[in-house]
Write a protein that binds this ligand. Structure first.
Ligand SMILES: NC(=O)c1ccc[n+]([C@@H]2O[C@H](COP(=O)([O-])OP(=O)(O)OC[C@H]3O[C@@H](n4cnc5c(N)ncnc54)[C@H](OP(=O)(O)O)[C@@H]3O)[C@@H](O)[C@H]2O)c1
Length: 332
């Protein structure tokens, strides 16, 4: 089978399309024939050894994929060859076949495409955990979503709307603003690109405050970090929740006096850690996501698909801030 693998630390251009032996399902595992593997920001970091998890090389990146079970190993019950599944493995998905522990599988409902199935969990399941469990978002709240036209960002807009919030989306271009509006954002802020001088930082804060309204944002969903974070924190509401989700623009430092002035909380959101500690709660979230998908309340936007040999181009596009919605690598 073919797999797009990293052999040494580097960018997407260092990945090679290798012919390797088919995997065999071990005890408690199934082999999944991958149909679609979505690209997520961690894929851009992992191959450069900049992510918290560093798998042993050589390995294929691609942490989230959908496909069909081809064979089952010893001791597996509840799954059979031919079942359509979604798998969350952290890496390995940019390959034609992957051996997966059954605990990492979810059934892919009939009628949901492999591309959409592969685009659902890392983004929307992170966000439902973030907004619901960490942010306590409720109907009528104002939610500010940064990086709102990316994979996690769009899930923030859609789930925020589904939960009854007024959603302010912040993005870096008019093209991304249009995508955010189509996803349901009530208000859009187009921000510049750092570094910001004092005046630019102040006007970014003013833009966030103007869009969020006099009371500010009850919840800030920060998937961007860098210099954007402090400006967003300055626009938070009294007793608001600032959710720390990701750092494509760099790890932010926040002046703690701002949290005192607003009596607000800064809350970390680590979905992988949450799944490991409470898989049942995550499974309940995933069931809720499938209900919202069936009701048309959420709809992952797959903006572009790539063949396996061009998986590196998909990773490069995401890393270069050029992606809108989800980029997906499809097999065969
Ligand atoms: N905490 C968790 O459990 C968890 C789970 C999943 C993902 N994440 C994190 O969430 C973040 C978003 O992931 P994603 O898959 O949605 O990525 P994505 O689709 O690439 O979206 C990231 C967005 O960040 C913005 N951005 C700002 N500065 C950037 C820069 N220098 N380079 C690239 N993008 C930049 C871009 O929007 P603008 O151009 O509009 O600013 C982009 O759309 C990542 O940091 C990821 O690691 C965290």
């Amino acid at each position: 089978m073919k797999a797009l693998r990293t052999h040494a630390v580097g960018g997407p251009e260092t990945l090679t399309l290798d012919d390797i032996a088919d995997p065999v399902a071990g005890k408690g595992e199934v082999v999944v024939a991958v149909k679609a593997c979505s690209i997520n920001f961690p894929d851009t970091l992992m191959i450069r050894d900049m992510y918290q998890f560093k798998p042993q090389r050589p390995y294929a990146p691609g942490g989230e994929f959908a496909g069909v079970i081809e064979s089952v190993g010893e001791g597996v019950s509840g799954w059979k060859a031919g079942d359509r599944v979604i798998a969350m493995t952290g890496h390995g998905g940019l390959a034609e076949k992957v051996a997966v522990e059954t605990g990492r599988l979810f059934p892919l409902p009939d009628g949901v495409s492999f591309e959409v199935g592969a685009s659902l969990l890392m983004t929307y399941a992170t966000t439902i955990y973030g907004l619901q469990d960490r942010g306590h978002l409720k109907a009528g709240d104002t939610l500010l979503v940064l990086g709102a036209a990316g994979g996690v960002g769009l899930s923030g807009i859609e789930l925020g709307k589904a939960m009854g919030a007024r959603v302010v989306a912040a993005v870096s271009s008019e093209v991304k603003a249009q995508v955010a509006r189509e996803a349901g954002a009530d208000e859009v802020v187009i921000y510049g690109r750092p570094p910001f001088d004092k005046d630019q930082a102040r006007s970014l804060t003013e833009a966030f405050k103007a869009a969020c309204g006099a009371d500010g944002a009850n919840v800030v969903y920060d998937i961007v970090g860098g210099e954007y974070s402090e400006a967003a924190l300055r626009a938070i509401a009294w007793e608001g929740r600032f959710l720390v989700v990701g750092f494509p623009a760099g790890i932010a430092k926040l002046p703690l006096n701002l949290t005192l002035l607003k009596s607000c909380d800064v809350c970390g959101v680590f979905w992988g850690g949450f799944i490991a500690r409470d898989p049942a709660a995550n499974a309940a979230h995933v069931a809720e996501l499938f209900r919202l998908l069936a009701d048309g309340k959420i709809a992952p936007r797959v903006s572009e698909t790539f063949p396996l040999e061009r998986g590196g181009d998909a990773i490069a596009k995401l890393a270069n801030r050029e992606a809108v919605g989800k980029l997906v690598v499809t097999m065969g």
